[in-house]
Design a protein around this ligand. Structure first.
Ligand code: ATP
Ligand code: MG
Length: 282
């Protein structure tokens, strides 16, 4: 398999920390994959995202072992700027990511600084704002926006660059449910139309599972489960013991299967949940 992202034996310990935030992580992600990442607090999910963006070990320093390559770039020898042309990241704490004070400038900044041809820029800005449904916020000051609106601006700025890979680290936490669904729809569209590789760290597991094709579960710096979404959801007891809040419908599927009232896979959307309930009732 051709990997866009290849981590081989990656371990990382933050300066001054006692234990490793990443512990021997091996991971290969092909171009165009949509990968979900879940795991309890402190599992190393954000550290993994920072490793892909180069923030670890360039900005957040510490002991780094192993090798991490993204689109052929070694994250230890490449600069954060070089990496940011390939990997777009949006984090939960959007505040710290903004480099300008106005919505339009924020989207423009990225494009102007990343060798996008001048004549393409206005259309790219329009498209990014329209994609996130925030055209009306174009001339607003970022500080006047709500948390959810700020997240949309950060997402628009990342999307406008059309990077090879997009990493979202709990970047829809402040969005209302409809906007979250819209963002996931956009990610799917990007993957379909441009072959963008999507990596999403997310608490909303059901939403994630409806879109991702592969799910990683992290615990104590390690990737402890890595496989197709459904196969991961088939282990609700394992997920619960790791401290992952398993979707209730998944737990229900497991219980119904134990009682032989249902024989299908764990549902990953409403239609499948309905089919399961009908089968169990019949
Ligand atoms: N800047 C830092 N300095 C020292 N230790 C850190 C730093 N950032 C994170 N850690 C530690 O590294 C480990 C992994 O943290 P990380 O933020 O990657 O976890 P996470 O899975 O993203 O958690 P959460 O679900 O709470 O966001 C934790 O033990 C954390 O305390
Ligand atoms: Mg985190």
């Amino acid at each position: 398999m051709d990997s866009l992202i290849l981590l081989e034996g990656v371990s990382f310990r933050y300066e001054g920390a006692g234990s490793r935030a990443l512990d021997d992580v091996r991971l290969s992600i092909a171009p165009g994959e949509f990968v979900g990442v879940i795991g309890p607090a402190g599992a190393g999910k954000t550290t993994l995202a920072h490793t892909l963006s180069g923030v670890v070990p360039h900005v957040r320093r510490g002991d780094f072992y192993g090798s991490a390559r993204v689109a052929g770039l070694d994250t230890v020898t490449a600069s954060v700027v070089e990496l940011s042309k390939t990997v777009g990241c949006v984090f939960q704490d959007v505040e710290s990511q903004f480099v300008t004070t106005m919505v339009e400038d924020e989207v423009l900044f990225a494009l102007e600084n990343f060798d996008v041809p001048r004549d393409e820029i206005p259309a790219r800005v329009d498209r990014a704002l329209a994609d996130l449904n925030i055209t009306d916020l174009r001339s607003r000051g970022i500080s006047t926006l709500s948390g959810g609106q700020k997240q949309k601006v950060a997402l628009a700025a990342a999307l406008a660059l059309a990077p090879s890979a997009l990493v979202l680290d709990e970047a829809t936490g402040e969005l209302d449910p409809a906007s979250s669904v819209q963002v996931f729809g956009l990610l799917s569209q990007l993957r379909r139309e441009r072959g963008t590789t999507i990596i999403v760290i997310e608490q909303k597991i059901m939403l994630l599972c409806a879109y991702a094709d592969r799910l990683l579960v992290m615990d104590q710096g390690r990737v402890v489960i890595d496989g197709p979404v459904r196969r991961t959801l088939e282990q609700p007891d394992r997920l619960l013991s790791l401290g992952v809040n398993c979707p209730r419908v998944t737990t229900l599927a497991a219980r119904l299967r134990e009682k032989e009232l249902y024989h299908g896979p764990p549902p990953i959307n409403l239609d499948e949940a309905e089919t399961m309930v009908r089968e169990a009732m019949a």
